[in-house]
Design a protein around this ligand. Structure first.
Ligand SMILES: Cc1ncc(C[n+]2csc(CCOP(=O)(O)OP(=O)(O)O)c2C)c(N)n1
Length: 566
């Protein structure tokens, strides 16, 4: 059956099981938008954002919350270039997102046509793969490939550029059932001899630590991780991306490690004799000074991406494969070795040491002040949501306090820009998560700087009556940069004072959302309760201690011995 490219595209998306599209229209994609509003209006929920960057972050939030690829549709030229930050964000955190951009008609490509941008060229370094569709005949197969590549192996964003004449051309619709891409064959099954070497090391270890990252969540390996940790009595520390992959309230949880990780997590990694890294990439915010990172340990690294193994840290046992399969095999290998509770007894001393570190240096803040401490707000959010919310964050101190004080027990409940560190990510990501889970509580923990980067999306939450809650930890500073200036630049607060902010309560109201404010400790709980009881979107403006810091802090490039505790 003949149909135009726009219809072929949308039929293909239906075949992929897509139910939601985030986007923004323009001349180059007007045919697709026309089809979305007419023939396909029952097939997709379309969320019209106010800036294309937000469309990609929303698709990314949808993907992180659901595990399904997020989809985004924007126009050519500025529509495409506005997606770059969102693509780079998803790329750094390995999130499956498929972005469709309009393009000028093929005969005009390269002619500096109106709203032409070489988006395939521009996005090559920040997409897992990208395509320029040259012929309507290639369209359906390209969509199939795009989803396959975005969602398999180490996931990532894929961009498909659609020239207007291709979208308008007539073609036959035939969707490939399955495809093989000869140049793309991710290794899923782990190498068994390596699994056996890892199992032997686990059996011998006296001071093991599991270091779990976002890959555990991506591969759905949280159950296997828990089984492995419990059967071997190994303490588990998580990266920012890994939060939720192991219950934060579990007795074996050490919390997050790295620059703003817990004292016990960093001490445990510094002193362990075996580090079992799973789906984590040894980011510099985790390792600090590479030569001194886990220097006493044998290191096993499980990762689906062979290029991330040995990239930052030398490892003893590399295991390429899907984390869930690898952990299942590892559990099997340990069972074969008769690993039992008797063996766990030899870790008693190690556990006692960790308990001592924990009581020596807990996460803490001054609870005696009248002024609101930002940590207190996060703690109250945790308490009043009973740990059941999906939390997104912006970037900065707000992000670290969220990571430290909200204990995540389940995967896909903490959505944060870890790799790129994108201010402006959290609010649109919350929109994506809320669209995916309309009845869940979704909260963006924000800084007053970050929220201003995509605050125009208040119009989106108001339009779709999305009950997203925003908790602004308003310190009147670009707080995280200020903290670095405090410690390393002699308190010269160069251009980080942003006291001249809008009145966030009035701004929320102007957009048709509810605005609430707390100025004292006593007001925090009532404001949160009221926000949670309000059906629609709410902005909570918490006026917090201006110069509060995030601690512990390992200075960039430092080691555990440089940790600032305060
Ligand atoms: C788009 C972008 N620009 C700049 C930065 C650098 N940066 C990192 S944290 C930060 C301060 C964030 O301030 P705010 O949102 O108020 O949060 P706070 O640290 O005060 O919680 C800045 C400017 C960034 N991460 N992202």
């Amino acid at each position: 059956m003949k149909m135009n490219g726009a219809h072929i595209l949308l039929r293909s998306l239906k075949e992929e099981g897509v139910d939601t599209i985030f986007g923004y229209p323009g001349g180059a994609v007007i045919d697709i938008f026309d089809a979305l509003a007419t023939k396909f209006h029952r097939d997709f929920k379309f969320v019209l954002v106010r800036h294309e960057q937000a469309a990609v972050h929303a698709a990314d939030g949808y993907a992180r919350a659901t595990g399904k690829p997020g989809v985004c549709l924007v126009t050519s030229g500025p529509g495409g270039t506005n997606t770059v930050t969102g693509l780079a964000t998803a790329y750094m955190d390995s999130i499956p997102v498929v972005v469709f951009t309009g393009q000028v008609p093929t005969p005009l490509i390269g002619n500096d046509a109106f709203q032409e941008a070489d988006i395939v060229g521009i996005t090559r370094p920040c997409t897992k793969h990208n395509y320029l569709v040259g012929d309507v005949k290639e369209l359906a197969r390209t969509v199939k490939e795009a989803f396959t590549i975005a969602g398999t192996g180490r996931p990532g964003p894929v961009l498909v550029d659609l020239p207007k004449d291709v979208v308008q051309a007539q073609g036959n619709f035939e969707y490939p059932r399955s495809i093989s891409i000869p140049t793309y064959k991710p290794t899923l099954k782990p190498h068994i001899p390596s699994i056996n070497r890892a199992a032997d090391l686990i059996v011998q270890a006296k001071r093991p630590v599991i270091y779990a990252g976002g890959g555990v969540i991506t591969s759905g390996a949280h159950q296997e991780l828990r089984t492995l940790a419990e059967m071997t009595a190994s303490p588990v520390t998580m990266t920012l991306m890994g939060l939720g992959c192991f219950p934060g309230t579990h007795p074996l949880s050490l919390g997050m490690l790295g620059m703003h990780g817990t004292y016990r997590a960093n001490m445990a990694v510094d002193n362990c004799d075996l580090l079992l890294a799973i789906g984590a990439r040894f980011d510099d915010r985790v390792t600090g000074k590479v030569e001194e990172f886990a220097a006493k340990a044998k290191i096993v690294h499980v990762d689906i991406d062979p290029t991330s193994i040995q990239k930052n840290i030398k490892v003893d046992v590399p295991i390429v494969g899907d984390a869930r399969l690898a952990l299942a095999k590892l559990i099997e290998a340990l069972n074969k070795r008769g690993h039992s509770s008797k063996d766990r007894d030899k870790l008693k001393k190690w556990h006692a040491t960790i308990t001592a570190w924990r009581s020596e240096q807990r996460l803490r803040f001054d609870r005696t002040t009248e002024i609101i401490k930002p940590q207190y707000v996060v703690e109250k959010l945790y308490e009043l949501t009973e740990g059941n919310a999906i939390i997104t964050t912006e970037v900065g101190q707000n992000q670290m306090w969220a990571a430290q004080y909200y204990l995540f027990d389940n995967p896909r409940t903490f959505l944060s820009s870890g790799g790129l560190g994108t201010m402006g990510y959290g609010f649109p990501a919350a929109i994506g998560a809320q669209v995916a889970f309309p009845t869940k509580t979704v909260i963006d923990i924000a800084g007053d700087g970050s929220i201003q980067m995509n605050i125009q999306e208040l119009a989106t939450v108001a339009t779709y009556e999305l009950p997203v809650k925003i908790a602004i930890l308003n310190n009147g500073y670009l707080g995280m940069v200020r903290q670095w200036q405090e410690h390393f630049y002699e308190k010269v607060y160069a251009h980080t004072d942003i006291m001249t902010a809008p009145d966030f309560v009035k701004l929320a109201e102007a957009y048709g959302a509810t605005g609430l404010r707390a100025r004292t400790v006593q007001e925090v709980e009532p404001v949160i309760r009221q926000a949670l009881d309000t059906k629609g979107p709410v902005v909570m403006d918490f006026i917090v201690e201006r110069e509060e810091g995030v601690y512990p802090m390992v200075p960039a490039g430092g080691s555990v011995r440089d940790m600032i505790l305060v």
